[in-house]
Design a protein around this ligand. Structure first.
Ligand code: TYD
Ligand code: MG
Length: 452
């Protein structure tokens, strides 16, 4: 009899090797290799193409699924992120750190839909789920809860119940009897996901899978899961803040530029349709060191307040600290201000903060950060009806940024009086708006127009 063979699979990247090693040779992570027994049962020969009875179909004869997308009425954010609604037969993976609100989001979705939904939980008991449902004050007669971790049972129940949507919370707790390794291992996750995919495609049922994130931040450990599923969403945010961002990482049926914004309230997640209003502190009080940036998150314009504090340094070594913004970029902006505008920060501590715990990588935020820095240095407040969108170059020039039209329209819609942008924008400047567009080429012009 042949000896049962085993191999070692990396839980991080899915690489399989024959001998155990302390470090994965592929992703260089330590202590991620786990043993897996290789199934010795001979694989059945694949049926030939002739026996499947499938024949090519003309592309123009295929009925588009666009009409059959299910829009989620009370959740425009999720609808947008999915590219216009839930696609039948699509398999969606939702990843995020523990406690971010994945189960809450999925339960809300399950209760909002008028159709029959099967919510499978391997993490919580039915009673615990009921408690959460009570908390989010959602009542539904169409949501069925199944506390089960065995994949074959889940599929059997699903086939019996014939729900119009299947939710799995979470993939790491589900186990198939076909694979010997424990729940959460690479081969289990892979097997369970492909079984669920088979189910989704053969019954045209949309399936949502919750996946935990590894400590390195990659989704559900092995990258290979991302290849199997149709849509990958990431739920992120700082747990100390109430904002949550649902980001599309992959979408076979829509754009990956979309984001959804939620607020975690005591009664569940509330979709935020106008995030800019939340990210700008209310009141007309004039405070120095703050200004408003017109940034983009994905394809969505977002007006964010940037705050700077420039204070006399008590130690010989001045501090630089930025929250939500790259520290090195802050140093670069300070260097440009020193060199090109003769503003000296070397004797000052500089602190920078973006409202709402949001992290921005859009370079268009530079201009607003520079304005806040100068405002704090000189202690001159900037009018709250002014906003900024421009990237700063190393020689102090204000550079053009992408999608300027959207940024200006959003600022105008929110009632801003003036927007400062680069003079190098050749097109895309909307006309007939109430907002005054100030085009500048150099930082010195900004100082002249605002601080003198
Ligand atoms: P949960 O959905 O359990 O997170 P995940 O499934 O991603 O691990 O959400 C847990 C957090 O959300 C928890 O820390 C409490 C908070 N929360 C609220 O603030 N309000 C609510 O109505 C609910 C249901 C949870
Ligand atoms: Mg959960």
């Amino acid at each position: 009899m042949a000896k049962a063979r085993s191999r070692y699979v990396c839980t991080n990247c899915g690489t399989a090797i024959i001998r155990w090693e302390g470090r994965c040779p592929s992703c260089k992570e330590w202590d991620t290799l786990v043993e897996e027994v290789i199934d010795k049962t001979p694989s059945k020969a694949l049926p030939s193409d002739r026996s499947t009875g499938k024949s090519p179909i003309n592309l123009s004869d295929i009925i588009s699924t666009q009409q059959s997308r299910v829009a989620i009425q009370n959740d425009p954010e999720l609808t947008r992120v999915l590219g216009g609604g839930i696609v039948p037969g699509a398999i969606t993976l939702i990843g995020g750190q523990p406690g971010i609100g994945k189960s809450t989001l999925m339960l809300q979705l399950a209760c909002q839909l008028p159709n029959k939904v099967l919510y499978v939980s391997g993490e919580e008991s039915a009673y615990q789920i009921k408690m959460r449902a009570d908390r989010i004050a959602k009542k539904s007669d169409n949501c069925f809860i199944l506390c089960e971790t065995q994949l074959e049972q889940i599929i059997r129940h699903a086939e019996e119940q014939q729900p119009e949507m299947l939710l799995i919370d979470s993939i790491q707790t589900i186990q198939s009897i076909k694979v010997e390794s424990p729940a959460g291992s690479v081969s289990q996750i892979r097997e369970c996901t492909s079984e669920l995919q088979q189910y989704a495609k053969s019954t045209d049922t949309p399936v949502f899978i919750i996946g935990h994130i590894t400590k390195e931040g990659s989704l559900a450990g092995p990258k290979l899961l991302e290849h199997i599923v149709d849509v990958v969403l990431q739920f992120e945010g700082d747990r100390n803040y109430i904002y949550r961002i649902l980001r599309t990482i992959k979408n076979r049926f829509g754009s990956t530029d979309e984001i959804g914004i939620y607020e975690m309230e005591s009664y569940g997640l509330r979709p935020v349709s106008n995030p800019s209003e939340l990210l700008i502190s209310p009141g007309d009080e004039k405070l120095s060191g703050t200004s408003i940036a017109s940034t983009l998150e994905g394809a969505r314009p977002l007006l964010i307040e940037t705050q700077a504090l420039v204070s006399q340094s008590v130690f010989g070594h001045p501090q630089r600290s930025a929250t939500g913004f790259d520290n090195r970029r802050l140093s670069m902006l300070l260097a440009v201000l020193e060199k090109k505008c003769n503003l000296f920060f070397s004797q000052h501590d500089v602190f920078l903060n973006l409202a709402g715990g949001i992290r921005v990588t859009d370079p268009a935020i530079d201009l607003s950060i520079v304005a806040s820095l100068i405002s704090s240095l000189h202690d001159i407040p900037i009018d709250k009806k002014i906003c900024f969108a421009g990237e700063i170059g190393l020689s102090g020039e204000v550079r053009a940024v992408n999608r300027i039209e959207q940024r200006i329209i959003e600022a105008d819609r929110l009632g801003f009086h003036q927007i400062f942008i680069s003079k190098y924008h050749k097109k895309g400047i909307p006309k007939d708006l109430n907002i005054e567009i100030k085009m500048i080429g150099k930082l010195s012009e900004l100082i002249e127009l605002i601080f003198t």
